[in-house]
Design a protein around this ligand. Structure first.
Ligand code: CP3
Length: 395
């Protein structure tokens, strides 16, 4: 009897547990048969890729951060039926909402895959919920540096945990039928770390700041782990079909210049350089954008950090932004999102002035931050039309 039990726990149990784990990973992983990059529909409009690479363009390309979102009634209708992260995890649904803005506005020059930056903390073992009226909530944020940090999965199996994003990208690339390029993205290490510690949005980031100043070494460990994950995640997005990438350091502006140089910039630089090197070793190359919101003080440093495009928020003058980065990179931005609420003629004038100030070359038109739920499709349409009209007016 004892030997039977010993045999069971020594051999049968581990094998059963192992196959169960594999089964779970498969269930979480690939569900659709992926199409190889070589068999993707040819790209018709490559304006944004040319602008990002600094090549000549006839007019600046335009897209909007958070263009797939609640300002669209067709998005809200889908969201009523499904929880936010279930939408992210269902490739057909993620594909459908990614395409919604392009179906409505054929004047757009890019799609961005519907997902969220917080899927990385989820892959690291943290629970994240999207709560109506509140935004993202972590029921158990990182608070205690010993016990909570030890629970984190620092080297998750990216295919098993985030395979649904790669599936969504692959399906969307096909369904986009080459109309415009598809952008993949990741959250940047500091922004993700801050969310993981705060457990959601915060005005002060006091928990994250306390952690950063009190446990700098542990903070670096966490930032390094997120950096490694982000690099593998971005490379795999390109292998699945993403034609351009963007890194969101949304909380860059919460760091002072010294902390930005210590806790953000090195990781952003590593992400750009290693992602490019890894892609190049497998014969792939895509432009990468950094959007470090609020870090206008660091534009010059960022222009040497390996990115092709730098996104800028609306509190910097376009000419000043260009002066900081020289001709090393393409700039993206930076309409005050609030200008979307202006009367039509005022909005159009703002867009025309902005293009005049950035110039047509090495420039991608966007907002200085994302679309907001109170905006309307009409506002988005006016914004996009204004870009097309401003350029024909300048000709
Ligand atoms: O259209 C797109 O831009 C693609 C999809 C996308 C979403 N989130 C969908 C989303 C992208 C690129 C993001 C990035 C993201 N997510 C960032 C970086 C960009 C930024 O805004 O600074 C951040 C900080 C998050 C975390 C996050 N997700 C927050 C703070 C919120 C709540 C705020 C809000 O707008 O509601 C979300 C939710 C979210 N992500 C929504 C969408 C469409 C709305 C949620 C819903 O439908 O309930």
């Amino acid at each position: 009897m004892f030997t039977d039990m010993a045999c069971f726990s020594a051999f049968v149990l581990p094998i059963w547990l192992l196959t169960k784990r594999r089964r779970n990973q498969r269930e979480k992983g690939t569900k659709v048969k992926r199409v190889a990059l070589a068999n993707m529909p040819p790209l018709v409009n490559d304006l944004i890729l040319r602008a990002a690479r600094g090549e000549h363009v006839e007019r600046p390309p335009v897209w909007m951060m958070r263009q797939a979102g609640r300002y669209l009634p067709e998005f809200r209708a889908k969201r009523l039926q499904t929880d936010f992260f279930t939408m992210c995890r269902t490739p057909t649904l993620a594909c459908e909402v990614t395409l919604q803005p392009l179906e409505r506005f054929p004047g757009l020059d890019a799609l961005i895959i519907f997902s969220d930056i917080l899927v990385i903390p989820q892959a690291m073992g943290m629970e994240v919920l999207m709560v109506k009226g509140k935004g993202p909530v972590f029921p158990a944020p990182l608070r205690d540096p010993d016990t909570d940090f030890a629970k984190l999965i620092l080297e998750p199996d990216i295919d098993a945990e985030l395979g649904y994003v790669f599936d969504a990208i692959n399906v969307t690339r096909i369904q986009a039928r080459g109309r415009v390029p598809l952008i993949g993205f990741t959250g940047a290490p500091w922004t993700l770390m801050a969310y993981m510690i705060e457990g959601g949005g915060s005005r002060t980031l006091h928990n994250a700041k306390r952690w950063l100043y009190t446990y700098p070494d542990l903070s670096r460990k966490l930032l390094e782990a997120i950096t490694r994950i982000a690099i593998e995640y971005l490379v795999k997005q390109v292998q699945s079909g993403a034609q351009m990438l963007q890194v969101f350091e949304s909380w860059a502006g919460e760091l002072d210049t010294d902390c930005f140089r210590k806790f953000s910039l090195p990781y952003l630089t590593q992400i750009a350089k290693e992602t490019k090197a890894k892609l190049s070793s497998i014969g792939l190359s895509v432009p990468i954008t950094i959007f470090a919101k609020g870090a206008n003080h660091a534009l010059e440093d960022l222009s040497y950090s390996g990115y092709d495009v730098i996104g800028v928020d609306w509190v910097i003058d376009p000419k000043e932004a260009r002066r900081c980065v020289g001709d090393r990179v393409t700039l993206q931005g930076n309409l005050d999102p609030g200008a979307m609420y202006a009367p039509k003629n005022v909005l159009k004038e703002k867009v025309a002035d902005m293009i005049q100030n950035f110039g047509v070359q090495k420039y991608i038109v966007n907002l200085g931050w994302g679309m907001q739920p109170f905006m309307t499709p009409t506002m988005a349409g006016t914004f996009i039309d204004a870009v097309h009209e401003a350029v024909s007016r300048n000709e």
